[in-house]
Design a protein. Structure first.
Length: 276
């Protein structure tokens, strides 16, 4: 073995002596490869579409006792803008999370800003004026009175607000955080999809001090585990809220965390003011 190794080395040495250009070419190739590797490692990564935008939210991440991980953005309700999306959230230049249920390009949950549905016109199917098929829990910010509530409604016509020109309403499914004995029956009556399956989930929760929380978990969990995680980890008293669309639609654009679900297009977004 030693003799063969010495013979091979001697052969390489003779070749380099006969053809010095070959050695130079090998060294040059190695140098170019090294420089290319350094450039690739130090090349700036593409920035998110929403990176650096002004915003007013605060971010919190917490794990429940059952290891459900919540990513939360707290924001004043006056800084919420309900808007249409039509794409996955990640390429949208706005912070926020996914909104209500949809099918194809039709929005099946109420999503109304100042009496205008975000995906069409009043009374049109799929526009965001209706909670399709069933009355469902809808989180309403009454801008004139500065109050929030969950109202079980079928459409924007049923909403109770002080000023039709100054409110927003986001449809979902009632969480009943204040009524442990009611939440499961209510969720069933409002037809919460896949309640007992392991799914990524999203929600919207407010507290008695008027703070709003936009919440997404990438952890696959049941609706009950998600609700319990909210009760364990979301700060504040007198909390109430709604389940939003979930699974692959559970998406978040935040400076601190980008959650993409399964990168499916969503019809509607709950955005934080400051984006485009």
């Amino acid at each position: 073995m030693r003799a063969r190794t010495e013979a091979a080395l001697a052969g390489l040495q003779r070749a380099s002596q006969r053809r010095p250009w070959l050695t130079a070419a090998v060294l040059l190739t190695a140098a170019v490869a090294a420089v290319a590797a350094i450039v690739m490692l130090t090349k700036p990564q593409p920035r998110e579409a929403f990176h650096g935008l002004p915003h007013t939210y605060s971010y919190l991440q917490a794990d429940s006792s059952s290891k459900v991980q919540l990513h939360m953005m707290s924001v004043a309700p006056a800084d919420i803008v309900l808007r249409s999306a039509g794409t996955p959230l990640r390429p949208i230049a706005a912070y926020g999370i996914n909104g209500g249920f949809f099918y194809g390009s039709d929005l099946l949950s109420v999503a109304i800003l100042n009496d205008r549905p975000v995906n069409g016109v009043q009374g049109a199917y799929g526009s965001g004026w209706f909670n399709a098929k069933y009355p469902r829990g809808t989180l309403v910010w009454d801008g004139a009175s500065g109050t929030m509530s969950v109202q079980v409604v079928s459409s924007g016509d049923d909403l109770s607000v002080t000023d039709r020109g100054h409110y927003w309403a986001q449809g979902g499914i009632s969480m009943n955080l204040q009524h442990e004995e009611l939440w499961q029956a209510t969720a069933a009556a409002e037809h919460l999809p896949y309640a007992d399956e392991q799914r990524m989930r999203s929600g919207l929760v407010y507290d008695g001090d008027g703070k709003l929380w936009l919440i997404v978990t990438p952890s696959r969990c049941t609706a009950e585990a998600f609700r319990t995680a909210i009760l364990e980890t979301v700060p504040g008293e007198e909390r109430e809220g709604i389940f939003l669309d979930g699974d692959g639609s559970s998406q978040m654009n935040a400076e601190e965390a980008v959650l993409t679900g399964d990168s499916r297009p969503v019809v509607q977004m709950i955005a934080v003011a400051g984006g485009s």
